[in-house]
Design a protein around this ligand. Structure first.
Ligand code: GTP
Ligand code: MG
Length: 195
């Protein structure tokens, strides 16, 4: 797949702010600072479509991006950001549940985890949550540039084991810095939207 057109279609905290549920959507989930917005920018080949930040908690809304006039990529707010107030983190759960329940067009929720670390308790919960709704199947291990080729397979195995991935579930190492791994992800996304 070649992404030639991308635009921010809606920014939402409530259901009535979502765009019409009439096209397929692929969502990105994962802890704050894991690299969701960076990955989106890499896929669409634009530096600043989604805001990227060194300080976690940048994306606090559900952002819907229209891709190739064909489908949407949905950048979900990150979790696990210690500094957000309790009311925001409670709001986060409601926001996620609202989106994940009854979204006809939703096709897959891709979970992003940092390749350097064993999945956190929250990553595992998120993974189970995604599985519960039937959107499991693809995990992206971000920041692959931070580890050596040698370590990579071992780290991917830890993530696979800790998240309890099934054999047919895939985990794709990606580096937005080195621009590696995203072709494989695009291939998988292509299959999802073509179905
Ligand atoms: P929230 O919006 O807070 O949920 O974070 P996010 O998941 O959208 O993360 P974001 O894309 O804003 O990236 C967070 C930080 O990680 C930024 O400083 C990025 O430059 C950095 N980063 C993202 N991807 C990579 C990568 O592949 N390699 C390296 N080295 N840094 C990365
Ligand atoms: Mg973000």
């Amino acid at each position: 797949m070649n992404i030639t057109k991308s635009e921010l279609e809606a920014v939402a905290v409530r259901k009535n702010q979502y765009p019409e549920d009439n096209v397929k959507e692929i969502a990105f989930a994962g802890r704050s600072n894991v690299g969701k917005s960076s990955l989106l920018n890499l896929l669409v080949n634009r530096k600043n479509l989604a805001r990227v930040s060194g300080s976690p908690g940048k994306t606090r809304t559900i952002n819907f991006y229209r891709i190739n006039d064909q489908f949407r990529i949905v950048d979900l707010p990150g979790y696990g950001y210690a500094k957000v107030s309790k009311s925001i983190s409670e709001g986060w759960g409601d926001m996620m549940a609202q989106y994940l329940e009854n979204r006809q067009g939703l096709t897959k929720v891709i979970l992003l985890v940092d390749i350097r670390h064993a999945p956190s308790e929250q990553d595992i919960k998120m993974s189970e949550y995604i599985r519960h709704y039937g959107y499991n199947g693809i995990v992206v291990a971000t920041k692959a540039d931070k580890v050596s080729r040698n370590e990579m397979q071992k780290l991917l195995n830890v993530i696979r084991k800790d998240l309890g991935l099934l054999e047919d579930e895939i985990i794709i190492p990606v580096s937005t810095l080195k621009r590696t791994g995203y072709d494989k992800l695009l291939e998988e996304m292509d299959k999802l939207v073509a179905k």
